[in-house]
Design a protein around this ligand. Structure first.
Ligand SMILES: *Cc1c(COP(=O)(O)O)cnc(C)c1O
Length: 426
């Protein structure tokens, strides 16, 4: 741990908290973040040479695993022709076509540079299209660090325990209504009170920033129904779930079609990316066709498009997703089995290649209140024990886990053996 410790000391002097994104900081689990320098398939190596099986996958994007040879080849080939032109390029048309082909709700799409930009822009577009101001979001859902969406947000905001956020004026969140996730009655009530003023509902169709919580039956359908009834737009934030819970994203898996969809993470295959899209009549509200302004110097970057397209080809290949989902089930069920054997209360959730581990016997976990009531001390001890055993889980109890196409039988078995030893000492 020599070099990683030294680097973190230097980082702390130069970068707030030593990290460029708070979720990396180990604040929830204690200890210092680890610096990594290399990845290959399901593994990554820290700067001191220790190897880990990785279940963070860069927080979701690396669905093809680390340094997939085909992804790297396409990136190198594209980069050799120049990194950016600030003009239209063929690869972004190919990306738009690929997304519209696989994601049921997309007729048109615009590419941006992060998930945050995608949700921020989708929100602006929804407000512009409907001429209304209010938006509905769910407690514990995270949509990037957009001012209006930081109210009761998940992910790092939840780990650090910040319900609101200094620097976000009251006036900016005044039009944000927050409702409990998976609570159909609360949605109904919210729309009864504010229905004709609501521009949009934004939701993570599988909540992945309060650990991993799939929608209860009827929840997404209810959102569709109240939006139809009041002419509000339904926005699925699929930045995490896109090509993670199914080859047609959550909207394909659950059969509910949103008006707008936000994407990111997997779509860039490890390069910075975001995208949002939907029906043509809504998307043509964007400049330069319509009046809703949105722009980006590096949007649709060819190198990013190359990484994303190569990754999407891998995950949408026939049979690929089914295999990935089965691997995920083997990991999740295997960990659960070993917790049971050790007498440790553990509940699990899975949606496609996303999973959640909850240290509680209050199964199934469907609500934010249940997530918050889990035994964080046991999670933290388990996290550190797994780290010692060479398995890298997300360094916070409120994050989903991710499996990649590169996680093979050997990596899975190593993980389960590690879990058995870890449970024996938590
Ligand atoms: C990660 C994430 C975002 C933000 O994406 P960034 O690229 O980090 O800005 C937005 N929404 C969801 C659901 C996410 O998981």
């Amino acid at each position: 741990m020599q070099r990683t410790h030294q680097l973190f000391q230097q980082a702390r002097e130069l970068i707030p908290g030593g990290v460029n994104s708070p979720v990396r900081a180990f604040k929830g689990v204690g200890g210092e973040p680890i610096f990594f320098e290399r990845g290959e398939g399901p593994y990554m190596w820290d700067v001191d040479g220790k190897r880990y099986v990785d279940y963070v996958c860069s927080w979701g994007p690396l669905v093809a695993g680390h340094a997939d040879p085909e992804v790297i080849r396409r990136v190198q080939e594209t980069a050799a022709n120049g990194l950016s032109f600030g003009t239209p390029v063929e690869l972004e048309v190919e990306m738009a076509r690929t997304l519209c082909q696989h994601v049921p709700s997309l007729e048109m799409v615009r590419l941006v540079n992060s998930g945050t930009e995608a949700t921020m822009s989708a929100l602006r577009l929804a407000r512009g299209f409907t001429g209304r101001d209010k938006i509905v979001k769910f407690q514990g859902n995270y949509h990037g660090h957009v001012d209006a969406l930081l109210a009761q947000a998940g992910s790092g905001a939840l780990t650090l325990g910040v319900p609101g956020c200094p620097g976000v004026p009251e006036s900016v969140v005044a039009d944000t209504l927050t409702v409990p996730f998976n609570d159909i009655d609360a949605v109904e009530q919210c729309f009864n009170e504010h229905g004709n003023q609501i521009a949009a509902v934004i939701v993570e169709p599988v909540a992945g920033n309060m650990n991993c919580v799939p929608p209860v039956p009827g929840f997404l359908e209810k959102l569709r129904e109240v939006c139809d009834r009041t002419d509000a737009l339904l926005i699925f934030d699929e930045v995490m779930t896109g090509f993670r819970v199914g080859p047609q994203c959550a909207q394909g898996r659950y059969g509910v079609t949103p008006d707008l969809t936000c994407l990111g993470k997997v779509v860039g295959g490890g390069m910075p990316v975001g995208a949002f899209g939907g029906r043509r009549e809504i998307m043509e509200g964007l400049a330069p066709v319509g009046g809703v302004y949105q722009a980006g110097t590096l949007s649709g970057n060819p190198v990013t498009m190359a990484a994303g397209l190569a990754t999407l080809e891998r995950i949408t290949a026939p049979g690929a997703f089914e295999g990935l989902e089965q691997t995920t089930t083997r990991v999740v069920d295997g960990i659960k089995e070993r917790a049971d054997k050790a007498g440790i209360p553990l509940t699990t959730n899975q949606a496609g290649s996303m999973f959640g581990l909850f240290f509680t016997d209050d199964a199934p976990v469907t609500r934010f209140e249940q997530v918050k009531a889990c035994d964080l001390d046991t999670f933290n001890r388990f996290f550190h024990a797994m780290l010692e055993e060479g398995v890298y889980l997300a360094p916070a109890a409120f994050e989903a886990g991710f499996v990649s196409l590169a996680h093979d039988e050997t990596a899975v078995q190593e993980t389960l053996d590690a879990a058995e030893r870890a449970f024996a000492r938590v």
